[in-house]
Design a protein around this ligand. Structure first.
Ligand code: PLP
Ligand code: TYF
Length: 397
């Protein structure tokens, strides 16, 4: 009966891991998926996560269903973490929030809700996280792009960005990355965010923030949330998706939150009801364990401090690998300017390597990164950095 089910291509990002696993070359390197590795190339569980998991086990909790909106105390803490404790709409109880299947799930739920209320399109940066397009398309939205990055000088194309945002029709939804833009690693400066905020206001656009790297960009969760907080202070009724995959290393636990700032408590209640209407027939309610972990950490000052420190040490290791990779390329006598590698923040180096160069990197050197030349710095270690630099040099000179 499935004869007409054609073979789909592998996922452009996850497919790399499969190809990497099938490669038996000893020095193979996986710098595809953005999942943090320690300096031995191993997955890293934050010590504070291990600690609270023990506490959770000792409590012998039950495994009842969550509500449709998930764990309310987790959602409150997640919102405080992103918006800040002194956020006025939060204090006034006019932010609707639900627990989601991490960032991906939150993006999809809000995409569907937008669609059901007559929003036909969403504007995302060019480039953006590879999954944004299929997520929003599957939610029924027409996905359009605005300029974001200048490949010529490997930096933010701020003028192009502003010009394109000015051309978005009034009232449309615009997706913004809170920090550590994936894949480019280039964020607007705070003054540029102010200008973006004022153009977004002028055009009465609906800002939808994607926050997958809070704490991972600068190592300081408050600084990383500055764009979002500025927009809220400027009075925007933002929507926000948060992921705890990267900053708490909870990838497979699928823990995140979706929240929407409203004009009043009454409006927030209506919005919340609509989020739930979309969640119920989709997956009914979210899993409990990951939310319990985050809830335990963010409700305790000492644990939060430990988390911030452990998160910033991941960011620190990545930054030191950026410096080493750039320096090694220079030492090898590369004719290219690699200074963008250390200017970029977050998990990725948007190398500027072409599709052809990436293909040689994969076929000749067994180094797996995405075709757009994005290298997950999380997979670079003091052991493999020289091999990676030599291979990059070989394909680019
Ligand atoms: N948004 C961005 C920009 C991302 O980079 C990612 C993950 O890489 C996500 C959302 C979603 O991740 P998750 O579904 O694991 O929270
Ligand atoms: O590397 C990236 O950009 C992401 C990582 O369920 C990822 O695609 C992998 C699996 C997943 C969500 C995000």
């Amino acid at each position: 009966p499935w004869a007409n089910f054609t073979q789909a291509p592998p996922d452009p990002i996850i497919g790399l891991t499969e190809a990497y696993q099938n490669d038996d070359f000893p020095q193979k390197v996986n710098v595809g998926v953005g999942a943090y590795r320690d300096d031995s190339g191993m997955p890293f569980v934050l010590p504070v996560v291990r600690q609270v998991e023990k506490e959770i086990t000792a409590e012998e909790l039950d495994h009842e269903y969550s509500g449709i909106a998930g764990c309310p105390s987790f959602v409150d803490l997640a919102m405080k973490f992103a918006y800040g404790e002194d956020c006025v709409p939060l204090l006034e109880g006019r932010i609707a929030g639900v627990q989601t299947l991490s960032g991906t799930g939150g993006l999809r739920v809000f995409g569907e809700v937008l669609n059901s209320f007559g929003h036909t399109e969403i504007h995302i940066p060019n480039p953006s996280w590879g999954n944004h397009v299929p997520i929003f398309r599957n939610a029924g939205l027409d996905v359009k792009t605005y300029s974001y990055y200048n490949k010529e000088n490997s930096s933010l194309d701020f003028e192009g960005m502003i010009a394109d945002i000015k051309n978005i029709p009034e009232g449309k939804c615009i997706l913004l990355h809170v920090c550590a833009h994936n894949p480019t690693g280039m964020d607007p400066q705070i003054d540029q965010w102010k200008e973006i905020s004022s153009v977004v206001k002028e055009k009465k656009l609906l800002p939808f923030f994607d926050c997958a790297y809070q704490g991972f960009a600068s190592g300081d969760a408050r600084i990383d949330a500055a764009s979002l907080r500025l927009f809220v202070e400027d009075g925007h009724k933002v929507a926000l998706v948060q992921s705890f995959s990267k900053n708490m290393g909870l990838y497979g636990q699928r823990v995140g939150a979706l929240s929407v700032v409203a004009d009043s408590q009454e409006e927030a209640q209506r919005v919340l009801s609509q989020l739930k209407v979309h969640i119920r027939p989709s997956y009914s309610n979210p899993p409990r364990h990951g939310a319990r972990i985050v809830q335990k950490i963010l409700s305790d000052e000492q644990k939060t401090d430990a988390f911030v420190e452990q998160c910033s040490s991941m960011a620190g290791r990545i930054n030191s690998m950026r410096a080493t990779l750039k320096q090694t390329l220079e030492d090898l006598g590369s004719s290219r300017d690699w200074s963008h590698i250390t200017k970029q923040i977050g998990m990725f180096a948007y190398s500027g390597l072409t599709k052809e160069e990436v293909t040689v990197l994969r076929e000749k050197h067994h180094i797996y990164c995405t075709l757009d030349g994005r290298i997950s710095m999380a997979g670079v270690t003091s052991k493999n950095v020289k091999y990676i630099a030599e291979a990059i040099h070989d394909v680019s000179k």
